[in-house]
Design a protein around this ligand. Structure first.
Ligand code: ATP
Length: 312
């Protein structure tokens, strides 16, 4: 297999303009066969535009795009059978059962996956005989994934698969996506949730204002922006007045429990200094806690919203 054949998606210098609006200015993105990649970005960043160009649903202004080795602008019916698309909030609310809908859908494909196998794959086997209008939100989403899998696609596009879900439905949807990974299906997942991206994806690509601003694992992204950690403790154990000047300068915020908190990237140095200060005033500082930057902090920093705080 050549290097090119191992790439399910290859995008270079993608640009899309709608009249005066530069929706996508420069997107470079590669997704290897079998990889699960999350595509994150704020509203209006250019996610839908990019993904719909990859799906062959929109035209591009310029740039090179290859999806499963084919330019989507010249997509054939054969190529369409090799990809599965799950649109956001797709719903089936009729009198047909889940199994009947999947079977009807399979008529569009030359070699469809058997209905029972598809329902099993997405965790809907027990709801096979349930009328679609009686399916819960989570089950509706699973049905949408089932329909995308009927044709046995090599590549699946999932658009915000868990938006509006309760925590239990979210976990179920995640299991379905894990199932796709174990089948070796390549997945490009659009989401607004950094934790979802971290849980499901091998790699995260972040788009902001029409260009890719980061591409890597969650720890790699965190390292790229080098966000500070929060070091907090109980004020009853050590008053902030007892802090040396260097530490007092780092006292920028309080944590969720209204405890004093220092914001810093020099965690080791500051903790050592804090413990030395505590020892000097005769306290053990057992309440000390270090909170590393959250995925959300990293994401907000990458997409240009730094209002979540900064430190030395
Ligand atoms: P969201 O998270 O809100 O879905 P997105 O990242 O998917 O956002 P896009 O829908 O790709 O972003 O939009 C990118 C930019 O292009 C936005 O400024 C949007 O208003 C604009 N845009 C999108 N579609 C069109 C269109 N058909 N005509 C004109 N402008 C458009």
């Amino acid at each position: 297999m050549t290097a090119e054949a191992r790439l399910a998606i290859e995008v270079t210098g993608l640009h899309k303009r709608y009249g005066e609006v530069e929706a996508v200015t420069c997107v470079d993105l590669s997704v290897r066969t079998g990889e699960v990649v999350a595509f994150l970005g704020p509203n209006g960043a250019g996610k839908t535009t990019t993904v719909e160009i990859l799906e062959g649903l929109r035209t591009r202004t310029s740039g090179d795009v290859h999806v499963l080795g084919v330019d989507p602008a010249e997509a054939t019916a054969d190529w369409r059978e090799r990809i599965g698309v799950v649109l956001q909030g797709a719903k089936h609310e009729g009198d047909f059962t889940a199994a009947e809908i999947v079977t009807m859908w399979s008529a569009y494909y030359r070699s469809p996956r058997p209905t029972a196998e598809v329902l099993e794959l997405v965790g809907l086997a027990e709801a096979a005989g349930t009328r679609t209008r009686r399916l819960s939100g989570g089950q509706q989403q699973r049905l949408a994934v089932a329909l995308a899998l009927v044709g046995d696609p090599e590549l699946v596009f999932l658009d915000e698969p868990t938006t509006g879900f309760d925590p239990a439905a979210r976990r179920e949807a995640w299991q379905t996506i894990d199932g796709l990974r174990s089948l070796g299906v390549t997945v490009l997942l659009t989401t607004h949730y950094m934790d979802e991206a971290d849980r499901l994806a091998d790699r995260i690509a972040v788009i902001s204002r029409g260009r890719i601003v980061a591409d890597g694992t969650a720890p790699e992204l965190a390292a790229q922006v080098a966000m500070p950690s929060h070091i907090s403790w109980d004020a009853a154990e050590l008053s902030t007045e007892a802090l040396p000047h260097r530490l007092r300068d780092l006292l920028r915020s309080q944590d969720a429990w209204e405890r004093p908190a220092l914001v810093t990237r020099d965690v080791g140095g500051v903790v050592r200094e804090l413990l030395a200060t505590a020892e000097a005033v005769g306290t053990r500082l057992d309440s000390l806690a270090v909170q590393p930057p959250t995925l959300e902090d990293t994401y907000l920093a990458l997409t240009g919203d730094t209002s979540s705080g900064d430190g030395s």
